[in-house]
Design a protein around this ligand. Structure first.
Ligand SMILES: NC(=O)N[C@@H](CC(=O)O)C(=O)O
Ligand SMILES: [Zn+2]
Ligand SMILES: [Zn+2]
Length: 347
C-alpha cells in the first residue's frame, strides 16, 4: 500500500462554478486541485454567446485566489438559436473550448436548452468541420420515460442518430451513469469519450433513500442500480483512454437542497481527487488514476498535458459537514465522512 501518490497535475472536464458570491466561494476548491476545467454555461441566464463566455471567463479570473494559475476553459450553452458563425469565431479565438447540449428542461437551468436536436444540426455540422467538442447532457425529458431510463433512451433516440449523421463529430458524453452509456462509448470511434463523476462511482440509487430521503445524494442524471455503478467503475479504472475525469461539481446552497423541491447537484470539488483515489484503490488500479485524471482528457480535447505534479498522501481526511460561504453554506460530497487519502498540493 503506497504511502503517497504523485501524479501529473490533473484537470476537471466538467464543473459548475456558478456566478457572483457563489463563484467566489467555490472556485478555489476546483483551482486547488486542478490546473484547468471545462466550465459549464448553465447560469441564469445561460452563457449563449462568445461575448458572454468571454465576460464570464473574466469574472472567474477575478474570483480566483491570489496567485492561482488555474485556467478556465469555456463551454457555450447551445440553444435553438445558436449562431454557427459566432460559435466558430469563439472557438477560433480560443475563447470557447466546447459547446454544450442541454435538452430543454433536462436539468438545472436548462429551460433555454435545445428543444429538438435537429434544430442545432447546422451548428453540429460546423462543429464537426472545425473539430470543436460537442458536450452532451444525455437524458431525454419526456414525462412518460422513467427517470432511471432517460440516459439509455437518449442514446437510442438522440446520440446514436446524431453520430450517424455526424460520424466525425467529437462528442463528450457527460457524467455517464449507465452500463448502456459505457458500452455505447466503448463501441463508438475514437471521437467519442465520456466523463465520469466521483459520486456515480461511489453510490447507487439506494443512497437516495438510505433511512430517509437524502437530498445531498441527488443529482442528474440520477444514480442508477448497482450493476451500472460497477460498469462505471470498470470503465474508469480499466485503462481505456475514452473515459476521463469530470466531477460535475454542482454546488447549491443548503436551503435549495434541503427543500420540498430540492435542486439536483452534488458539490464534490473539495475532495474530488481523494474520492477518485479511494475508488481506484478499491479497484486495485491506483496506477491508472493518472491517465484518467491527467492524460485522457487533454488528449481527447487536443490540449497539452500539464507539466506539474501533485501529491496525495495516505492520511485520514475528515470532510466537513458544511462549507460556510458568503453565498450561503454548501454541504460537500461525503460530508462528515473520513477519507483515507489527503490532497497535499504540488509535488
Ligand atoms: N448535475 C446536476 O445534478 N446538476 C447540474 C447540472 C447538470 O450537470 O446536469 C447543476 O448545474 O446543478
Ligand atoms: Zn448535466
Ligand atoms: Zn454538470
Amino acid at each position: 500500500m503506497p504511502a503517497q501518490l504523485v501524479i501529473r497535475r490533473p484537470d476537471d472536464w466538467h464543473v459548475h462554478l456558478r456566478d457572483g458570491a457563489m463563484l467566489a466561494d467555490v472556485v478555489g476548491h476546483t483551482a486547488r486541485q486542478f490546473a484547468r476545467a471545462i466550465v459549464m454555461p448553465n447560469l441564469a441566464p445561460p452563457v449563449t454567446t462568445t461575448a458572454g463566455a468571454a465576460a464570464y471567463r473574466d469574472r472567474i479570473m477575478a474570483a480566483l485566489p491570489k496567485g492561482s494559475d488555474f485556467g478556465p476553459l469555456m463551454a457555450l450553452y447551445l440553444t435553438d438559436g445558436t449562431d454557427p458563425a459566432d460559435l466558430e469565431q469563439g472557438f477560433a479565438l480560443g475563447i470557447l473550448t466546447a459547446a454544450k447540449l442541454y435538452p430543454a428542461h433536462a436539468t438545472t437551468n436548462s429551460a433555454h436548452g435545445v428543444t429538438d436536436v435537429r434544430n442545432i444540426y447546422p451548428v453540429l455540422d460546423r462543429m464537426q468541420e472545425i473539430g470543436m467538442p460537442f458536450l452532451v447532457h444525455g437524458e431525454v425529458t419526456d414525462g412518460e420515460i422513467d427517470i432511471f431510463d432517460r440516459e439509455a433512451v437518449f442514446i437510442e433516440r438522440v446520440l446514436g442518430p446524431v453520430l450517424k449523421d455526424f460520424p466525425a463529430l467529437k462528442v463528450v458524453f457527460e457524467h455517464i451513469t449507465t452500463r448502456e452509456a459505457v458500452q455505447f462509448v466503448e463501441s463508438a470511434g475514437p471521437n467519442v469519450g465520456a466523463t465520469i463523476t466521483p459520486h456515480h462511482l461511489m453510490i447507487n440509487r439506494n443512497a437516495l433513500f438510505a433511512g430517509g430521503i437524502r437530498p445531498h445524494a441527488y443529482c442528474l442524471p440520477v444514480a442508477k442500480r448497482e450493476v451500472h455503478r460497477l460498469a462505471l467503475r470498470a470503465a474508469a479504472t480499466g485503462g481505456s483512454a475514452k473515459f476521463f475525469l469530470g466531477t460535475d461539481t454542482a454546488p447549491h446552497q443548503v436551503a435549495a437542497k434541503e427543500s420540498a423541491c430540492g435542486c439536483a447537484g452534488i458539490f464534490c470539488a473539495p475532495h474530488a481527487l481523494e474520492s477518485y483515489a479511494t475508488v481506484f484503490e478499491e479497484e486495485g488500479a491506483l496506477d491508472r488514476l493518472e491517465a484518467f485524471a491527467s492524460e485522457n482528457g487533454p488528449r481527447f480535447y487536443g490540449l497539452p498535458l500539464n507539466e506539474g505534479r501533485v501529491r496525495l498522501e495516505r492520511a485520514e481526511c475528515l470532510v466537513p459537514e458544511r462549507i460556510a460561504a458568503d453565498g450561503g453554506a454548501v454541504v460537500p460530497w461525503l460530508a462528515g465522512e473520513t477519507l483515507r487519502w489527503h490532497f497535499a498540493g504540488a509535488a
